[in-house]
Design a protein around this ligand. Structure first.
Ligand SMILES: [Zn+2]
Length: 201
């Protein structure tokens, strides 16, 4: 439902990759104030619903595991953004999240037969593996230059630039982008005032 997806966007969920949403669940408000959205017990079920990762899992989310995966993904993202090679240890750690038993299941649809990977045991390991797999999916595109941080030091929102020319700068042009324009024009005004007053001295 559109309203639902809009609500999720308002809650900080995006349209790029599930892993980016998990990474950004550690959210700086643009002025450096940090909120850990994972501490809200509803957040984990939101990410599952938003990305259609599984039917509602029976048990409460394993918070410690989600935090560990988030730390790993943020560290790997940092490396990619800095243009550095990924650590083998981090790749092994990511691999361990992907290590769940799955099988191929066939479905009959109106437009023919369709197959899907389904877990042998549904639950949180499967959901964590889907989030980890979304990072792999992004890496396989081999465009690390499209992965970026918002350059506002008080924000640092992670996003994947899908613009044709790869020119997106801000998490949101209306918030961080606009703040930057206001800051620049203020400092320009100050310089002009200073120049003027030094001239009149
Ligand atoms: Zn920002």
């Amino acid at each position: 439902m559109k309203q639902d997806s809009d609500n999720y966007v308002a809650l900080g969920f995006g349209k790029d990759y599930a892993w980016i949403d998990l990474a950004n669940s550690l959210e700086w408000n643009g002025f450096g104030k940090l909120t850990d959205r994972l501490q809200d017990p509803a957040w984990a079920s939101h990410i599952v619903k938003h990305w259609n990762l599984a039917p509602p899992p029976p048990r409460p989310a394993p918070l410690a595991q989600l935090i560990a995966l988030r730390t790993l993904l943020r560290r790997m993202a940092e490396k990619l953004i800095a243009g550095e090679a990924l650590d083998e240890r981090d790749l092994n750690a990511l691999n361990s999240y992907l290590n769940v038993l799955v099988r191929v299941k066939l479905f009959q649809r109106q437009n023919g037969v369709h197959s899907e990977l389904v877990p042998l045991r549904p639950g949180w390991p499967w959901i964590l593996s889907r989030i980890a797999a979304s990072f792999v999916e992004m890496m396989e595109l081999n465009r690390p230059d499209r992965l970026k941080y918002c350059p506002n030091e008080g924000c640092k929102w992670i996003f994947y630039d899908r613009t044709k020319a790869n020119t997106r700068r801000w998490c949101n042009d209306r918030t961080c982008g606009n703040r930057d324009r206001v800051r620049r024009s203020r400092s320009r005004d100050k310089t002009t005032t200073r120049t003027k007053s030094s001239k009149s001295d």
